[in-house]
Ligand binder design. Structure first.
Ligand SMILES: [Zn+2]
Length: 409
């Protein structure tokens, strides 16, 4: 095959008509030459910029969604998506990525490949957040043709890897995440996704990466945390997820949460919104009292118990659901500590100190000491709402019968 490599590229971006800036303006011949060399080993190419109404099996009859170029050569089509010229907010830099992936993934042509190319001249494309996103992109099949830092990142091999990286990422950018990855007590992986605004791009990418890792071994539970406007993930993302066939999508809105609340028994509330709010406040599942991080045995423990909320007089059902799903009304506990807490063998005070009931037989107390590593909750737990829930819970306790743990030295 002696035909020259051929770029076919949509000239216009979504806003080209308003801004006057076309995609063609952003790409330099040097970029195309470099890409062509890297993909085909040749540096001579033809390039065809086409208008919005052009369409073929690779390009739809619309503006350039996903900042894509296509390069056709040797029977293959290569989809190349590009960074912005200026990488500024963490969201603007990734929003074209799921779109590009959607177009690539849904393209029926089999001999296809997917790449990413940096053309940014301003901003910082190598923050911890961006590096996390690049790892997700590699996991779903993007090959980076160039990289903004000297050493490239690698794809995620397990969902646990993703969970850990996500949580580390969170440390530097607290409560700025919109999507959480977790594992439930049945050992199933879960994603909790906000679906509005820029969150939908990140949510889509995280779900794709989880799907790629897990394959068809089992299904992931994807909880869409719907807010007032009830927007789901974009249709194009849902189409991809349906084709992947690896996720169960569960829409959770207030009606859904009310039903879970009303049907809950034994003080257990399997509420996605509660899980989401705890992940949002406290990070990845870890027992607040012993530090255990095995997600399968970590539970969201209510401070003001669900049974008491249910029994409370003159509170509307909407408010009850709000209290029962409030991230301040809880903490992560392992199953052991959860039971000890629910049976009031261990109690938490409004200053965050952890105490045990000294009416307990003395022979049990050394054991409690051994595995209760943390006897003072850190300040991040202790806001006014948290303290209020503790007071509601502890009203029924005899405070005098609780004593502090010896501090670990
Ligand atoms: Zn524990």
């Amino acid at each position: 095959m002696n035909d020259k490599p051929l770029f076919v590229i949509k000239r216009n971006l979504q806003k080209s008509a308003q801004t006057g800036v076309t995609f063609q303006d952003q790409l330099e011949d040097e970029n195309l030459k470099d890409i062509c060399q890297k993909i085909t080993g040749r540096s001579d190419y033809n390039c065809q910029y086409v208008e919005n109404d052009y369409s073929d099996v690779f390009l739809a009859n619309t503006y350039n969604k996903g900042r894509l170029a296509t390069l056709r050569y040797g029977g293959y089509v290569h989809f190349i998506t590009f960074s912005e010229l200026a990488v500024e907010g963490r969201n603007s830099s990734i929003q074209s990525v799921p779109t590009a992936f959607n177009i690539f993934y849904m393209c029926p042509y089999e001999k296809k490949k997917l790449y990413y190319y940096f053309i940014c001249k301003h901003g910082n494309p190598a923050t911890d957040y961006h590096l996390f996103i690049y790892r997700l992109m590699q996991t779903v099949g993007f090959t980076f043709l160039n990289f903004p830092i000297s050493s490239a990142t690698t794809s995620f091999v397990t969902i646990e890897d993703m969970m850990r990286a996500r949580d580390e990422n969170r440390g530097t950018n607290r409560s700025n995440n919109s999507t959480y990855i977790s594992k439930n007590e049945d050992g199933k992986y879960e994603a909790y996704c906000k679906t509005y605004g820029a969150s939908k791009y990140e949510s889509s990418l995280i779900c794709y990466a989880m799907s790629m890792i897990i394959g068809h071994a089992e299904k992931i539970k994807l909880y869409e945390i719907l807010e007032g406007n009830l927007n789901e993930l974009p249709d194009s993302s849902l189409q991809v997820l349906r084709k992947m066939d690896t996720v169960d999508i569960i829409k959770t809105d207030l009606t859904f949460e009310k039903r879970i609340f009303e049907e809950s028994r034994d003080n257990q509330l399997r509420s996605p919104r509660y899980q989401y709010n705890l992940l949002n406040k406290l990070g990845e599942k870890h027992c607040a009292l012993c530090g255990c991080t095995i997600p399968d045995i970590i539970q969201g423990a209510h401070i003001w118990p669900v049974a008491s909320i249910k029994a409370a007089k003159s509170i509307s059902i909407d408010d009850k659901v709000r209290y029962a799903t409030d991230g301040d009304n809880g903490l992560w506990l392992c199953e052991n500590h959860h039971k000890l807490f629910d049976r009031n063998i261990i109690a938490i005070m409004s200053d965050g100190s952890v105490k045990y009931n000294h009416s307990l037989s003395a022979s049990y107390i050394p054991y409690l000491h051994t595995f209760t590593e943390n006897t003072q909750l850190p300040s991040m737990y202790l806001n006014d709402k948290f303290k209020h829930y503790v007071e509601l819970r502890n009203r029924v306790l005899d405070a005098a019968s609780f004593v502090r743990f010896k501090l670990h030295s």
